[in-house]
Design a binder for this molecule. Structure first.
Ligand SMILES: C[S@@+](CC[C@H](N)C(=O)[O-])C[C@H]1O[C@@H](n2cnc3c(N)ncnc32)[C@H](O)[C@@H]1O
Length: 188
């Protein structure tokens, strides 16, 4: 990596660590409907005990909603070591959490469900990134992409590469926000 890229990466990592340190994302629990929509989509894939790759996992908030019988293994990856340390402390069963940059991370093995949970808009060349990770999916695996404010143009771009299945729309009327949780099938 050249020094400019390294500096950019370091700045991003420090920014996310700072956000976690000041508790900016501590309220993820208030997004229960969004997490439950992700869990419901994972179950709808009807893969017995899938292996899940949670990219940009933060402190692993999703794991508070998944039951151990919903998966055989979950690997969470995040740029923020502060978030990853917090995730590891929870000792979620059958989970590993690793510090890594989604742009460069090499998954160990293959997964049934690749999840981009509120992270895709922070990435450069997001469609290329999604295509690269699809290469680590099992045949007939799925990709789930949670997007704040629906971001239909991102969904349209991904639909050029993968088979769009459905969007579940989740509203938080108190905060006047909306998310689209999108499911794609990854045929090989
Ligand atoms: C809005 S938070 C979502 C956290 C988690 N997915 C959730 O919904 O509970 C975005 C996360 O993406 C991570 N992130 C941003 N850019 C990243 C990158 N290039 N590689 C890995 N993680 C990244 C941040 O550190 C942060 O934890």
């Amino acid at each position: 990596m050249d020094w400019k890229k390294k500096l950019k990466w370091l700045r991003k990592r420090l920014t996310w660590n700072y956000k976690y340190a000041i508790g900016k994302w501590d309220n993820m629990g208030s997004e229960a409907d969004r997490y439950n929509a992700i869990v419901s989509l994972i179950r709808s894939c009807a893969i017995p005990e899938p292996r899940i790759l949670d990219l940009g996992c933060g402190y692993g908030a999703l794991m508070q909603y998944l039951k151990p019988e919903d998966y055989s293994y979950c690997l969470g990856v995040d740029l923020s070591d502060t978030a990853i340390l917090k995730a590891r402390k929870q000792k979620y069963p059958k989970c590993d959490f690793r510090v890594g940059d989604i742009h460069r991370f090499t998954p160990p093995g293959t997964f049934d469900i690749i999840l981009f949970n509120e992270v895709l808009y922070y990435l450069d060349n997001r469609t290329e990134v999604a295509v690269r990770y699809a290469g680590y999916a099992q045949p007939n695996g799925y990709m789930i992409v949670s997007l704040y404010d629906l971001k239909e143009s991102i969904v349209a771009d991904l639909s050029q590469e993968f088979t769009f299945v459905e969007t579940r729309v989740v509203h938080d009327n108190d905060r006047n926000v909306v998310w689209g949780i999108n499911l794609f099938k990854l045929f090989h």
